[in-house]
Structure formats: C-alpha cells, structure tokens
Design a protein around this ligand. Structure first.
Ligand code: ADP
Ligand SMILES: Cc1cn([C@H]2C[C@H](O)[C@@H](COP(=O)(O)O)O2)c(=O)[nH]c1=O
Length: 356
C-alpha cells in the first residue's frame, strides 16, 4: 500500500516540479561548498512549501520519499512536521485515487485566481463508506472549511475560528458541533477547557443543555501542549472552550495555526458582566479567519441578547457560575437592570450600615 502511494506521489507532476526544485537548490548549496544541515533544511522547507502549494498529494508517512531526498541533499533528511501537518490531503494508492475521481465523489480542479491545483471531495461520509472495503480510514483525510456547505471539503485548510458572545448564546454548543464534524471527517481532534470551569464536571466540555464531550482541563494552554507531548504533532484540530480564562491564549493560538498548521476553534466570552474586555479572546480577532458573535435571548423581553448581567452583588471579574448568577440581556435591559441592581445594592448596603 505504502509503496503504491509513493509510486503515485513520485510520478505526479507536482512532485517532479518540486523535486527538480530541490535538486537545483541542493546543487546550488553544494556548488557553494556549503553542506551545512541548516542550509539544506532551509532548502527542504522551501521545497515543502512548494509541494504544499502545488497542493494535491500528501507525503505523509512516505519514508522512501525521505530516503530519496536524503540522497539528493547528500545529508540525512528527516520527515518534517510541516509535511505531516500541512499536506494532510488524500494519501492513497493511485488505483484508489482514480476510483475516487471516477466515482464522481471527488474531483480535481484549479483555483481560478492562482491556477493551483485543488481537490474537492463531495460528501466525505459517502466516500468513507464507499471505500471502506479498499482503504483504511487513516489513508483518507478530508479537510473542512467552516461556513461552507457541510460535507464539502477544502483540502489543506488550517486556520483560526472564533466563537464569541455572552453566556447562554450557544458558544459551547457551536464548538461541540464543529468538533463533531471534524471527528466525523476523520481528523485528529483535541478539546481543551480551563480548569477554572468546574460547573458541570472537570473532564468534559458541557453546554448548558447538557451536550458534552470529553476534554482536557488545564490552567493554561502551555500545560495542555505539555500534557499532549508528542501527540501534539498528530492533532489536526484543537477546540478551546472558556477561552477568556487562558492567559496564554493568543501566543498558543497564533503558533498552533500559523506555525503548526492546526485548525483552532476558540469559544469564549468577549466581555464580562460589566461589558469590559474579558481575557484575550478578542485580541484574536485580527488573527482569525472567521469570527462569529452569537447572541442569546434577553431574559427580560425575549429580544436578542448580546450581554451578560450578573444577578449577584459580587464585583470580582471572575465568578464561576450559571443561570443562578448570570442572565443574558439585550442592550435596553442591560442598561436598566445594571442601574436597578446598582441602586438595589446601594440601598442594601445603607440598610446593613444602619442595622449594625
Ligand atoms: N437564560 C438561560 N438560562 C439557562 N439556560 C439558557 C438560557 N438561555 C439559553 N439557555 C440554554 O443554553 C443553551 C446554550 O448553551 P451553551 O452552548 O452552553 O451556551 P454558552 O456556551 O454560550 O454559554 C441554549 O441552547 C439554551 O437551551
Ligand atoms: C459574564 C462573566 C462570566 N464569568 C464566568 C461564568 C461562567 O463560569 C463562565 C462563562 O461560561 P459560558 O460557557 O459562557 O456560559 O465565565 C465570569 O467569571 N465573569 C463574568 O463577568
């Protein structure tokens, strides 16, 4: 199976272009009398980038390919994480490949703007079921682009997606739905939340409706990465809930999406009960591919609610809780209720002072 895949990869025109590019780069490096591994690995990175941009076939796990690169580079070339992560496309035998194309489940086209090759796969679930007998699910890897029709995959897509909004807006529900879609598409997914959120159990992301999925609960995202260890490289999609509580959110998400080629889906509060910025979820907006601000229903009037009102007198920024402490409200009721609750607490304080 693997040798078939390698054969297919090696005979593809995109690889020929890229391997001649590498040959040329290595030749140039050698003619300059420089066999420094760092230079060779720079050449390799450029090669990989071209390979990726030529955009059709994954070299994942193709050790013989690295063997031939080693020969070309005249230096040991390790399987690079970039290839593993960014070229996660369809890696299968040529016969299965043509079967996919012929079946009409998959077609090959070019991006109109760049002329680069693009593979579209229709109905990934159907592809899986049709080909289950001839390939293992590990051999086929479909990438989703959110916002596009379900089941219509755009391959090679890494990115950052933000789901923001007040409490009870459906942020966790939306996150879990997206994560489920990724799991169904056969991608390796890891879900993480802040360990400050102990409301509905610690090792699961749970929505206010009780929908849940197992997760890792950690104090910060560096700990999450450390906990995953080598597995981090295998993860293709990272879901983050309660993002407002992670101090290292921006650095982690930036590296995961930009450098490590992951799809990162972040759900969290944009503002606190006083409508101040909460944590650094909103600092991700300039870095994000998509930003969705969800709204809830105002508990006072049923209109769309963009804000969270705290029902208690507590003034600390972080107070973990649910409907016992918070309610979603519209602009009108946020303003009036804030004033009312401030007045109520002032009266209560005065009263306490009098009776003491
Ligand atoms: N005022 C409310 N109190 C309790 N539950 C609510 C309230 N408004 C909406 N919900 C429920 O919460 C669900 C959304 O939960 P969830 O996805 O966990 O939201 P979020 O993560 O944005 O807080 C809604 O589908 C709804 O059933
Ligand atoms: C508004 C606000 C909320 N919190 C806490 C309360 C909850 O534990 C989470 C939000 O959870 P959800 O999944 O969005 O429902 O944040 C807080 O500590 N301070 C606030 O101002």
């Amino acid at each position: 199976m693997l040798s078939f895949a390698v054969h297919h990869v090696l005979s593809s025109s995109s690889l020929r272009v890229c391997s001649s590019f590498l040959e040329e780069s290595c030749g140039r490096i050698r003619s300059q009398g420089n066999t420094c591994p760092a230079r060779i690995s720079t050449a390799l990175s450029r090669f990989e980038q071209n390979m990726f941009e030529a955009g059709s076939i994954s070299l994942r796990g193709c050790k013989p390919h690295y063997h031939s690169l080693t020969k070309l580079a005249k230096a040991p070339v390790q399987e690079s994480p970039l290839i593993k992560r960014r070229c996660s496309q369809i890696c299968t035998s040529s016969s299965t490949w043509s079967k996919l194309i012929k079946s009409g489940l998959c077609y090959s086209s070019k991006y109109q703007d760049t002329g680069k090759k693009r593979i579209d796969v229709h109905d990934h679930a159907h592809v899986h079921s049709c080909l289950a007998d001839s390939i293992s699910s590990k051999d086929v890897d479909f990438r989703h682009r959110f916002g596009e029709k379900q089941g219509f995959a755009d391959i090679g897509y890494a990115g950052l997606h933000l789901i923001l909004g007040p409490m009870f807006a459906g942020k966790t529900t939306a996150l879990l739905r997206r994560i489920h879609a990724e799991v169904d598409a056969g991608r390796n997914v890891a879900l993480v939340k802040s360990d400050k959120d102990t409301r509905y159990g610690i090792n699961a992301v749970v929505s206010h409706d009780g929908i849940q999925m197992p997760c890792t609960a950690v104090p910060d995202l560096a700990t999450f990465k450390k906990k995953l260890g080598k597995l981090y490289n295998e993860v293709e999609v990272i879901g983050i809930d309660e993002a407002q509580f992670f101090e290292d959110l921006v650095g982690f998400c930036k590296a995961a999406a930009d450098v490590d080629g992951k799809t990162v889906i972040v759900a969290g509060l944009d503002g606190d009960f006083l409508r101040r910025k909460f944590g650094s979820a909103i600092d991700l907006i300039p870095l994000a591919d998509t930003v969705t601000k969800l709204s809830s229903r105002c508990e006072a009037c049923g209109q769309p609610a963009a804000f969270t009102l705290r029902k208690t007198k507590d003034l600390e920024k972080e107070v973990i809780g649910g409907a016992d402490i918070y309610m979603p409200v519209c602009r009108r009721h946020y303003t009036t209720e804030q004033v009312t609750s401030k007045l109520a607490s002032m009266v209560q304080d005065e009263f306490q002072a009098l009776v003491q």
